[in-house]
Design a binder for this molecule. Sequence first.
Ligand SMILES: Nc1ncnc2c1ncn2[C@@H]1O[C@H](COP(=O)(O)OP(=O)(O)O)[C@@H](O)[C@H]1O
Ligand SMILES: [Mg+2]
Length: 226
Amino acid sequence: MSEIYQLQDVTKTYMVGKVPVDALNGLSLSIREGEFAALQGPSGSGKSTLLNVVGLIEKPTRGSILFRGADVTGAKEGVLTDLRQRYIGFIFQSFNLIPVLSALENVEYALYLEQRYSRGEVRERAMRAIQDVGLERFATHRPAELSGGQRQRVAIARALVKDPRIIIADEPTANLDSKTAAQILELVRNLKEKLNTTILVATHDKAIADMAERIIKIKDGRIDEN
Ligand SMILES: Nc1ncnc2c1ncn2[C@@H]1O[C@H](COP(=O)(O)OP(=O)(O)O)[C@@H](O)[C@H]1O
Ligand SMILES: [Mg+2]
């Protein structure tokens, strides 16, 4: 298996007023293509920051990051945006859906941004993703007309519709009750088996950790154990 990420000595420093805070502190990590890894660590240990760096949303302050073998450490914003849109699917704890769009339109929107498909292809792919997450009867509903679990399904469909190489999820079940969370997990597991996407998920949820092939532990902005 080849490596989708190689992070070397990554530091991410935020300035809080005049005080520097090292959210990541000399962190090195490799992630293989197709791997399902759970990221665990106490609150404030740097999980979200690491996901943002791996998701090419935030640039490291120091250190280097290779994505699919290419050094993207100093890449321009436009290049990073293209890579994100093409290869990376995000699932957030708070779903981040667009309230005025229907479930189907939220999924379509992710594909429009990529400008790779015709209108017809966009609709067809989005509908398939909506079906994959079991929401065909709710395709025209807006987020406010959906339950928490259904919203998270829309968010999963939106991440998957691009056929990403990696799915990055930040505590995806934290806002769901345990039964709904279990259903979402089952869905992610099935999709993972079908698509062989790399998954990196930050979670406190034991059920997700049990399902993962690898546990990555982070503490004070460094890898603790993995
Ligand atoms: N945008 C930011 N500005 C300032 N400090 C931040 C910012 N994001 C995160 N931090 C700080 O970095 C550390 C790691 O945060 P985070 O990555 O959110 O941890 P986790 O997701 O594990 O709870 C914390 O001390 C947090 O306060
Ligand atoms: Mg976090």
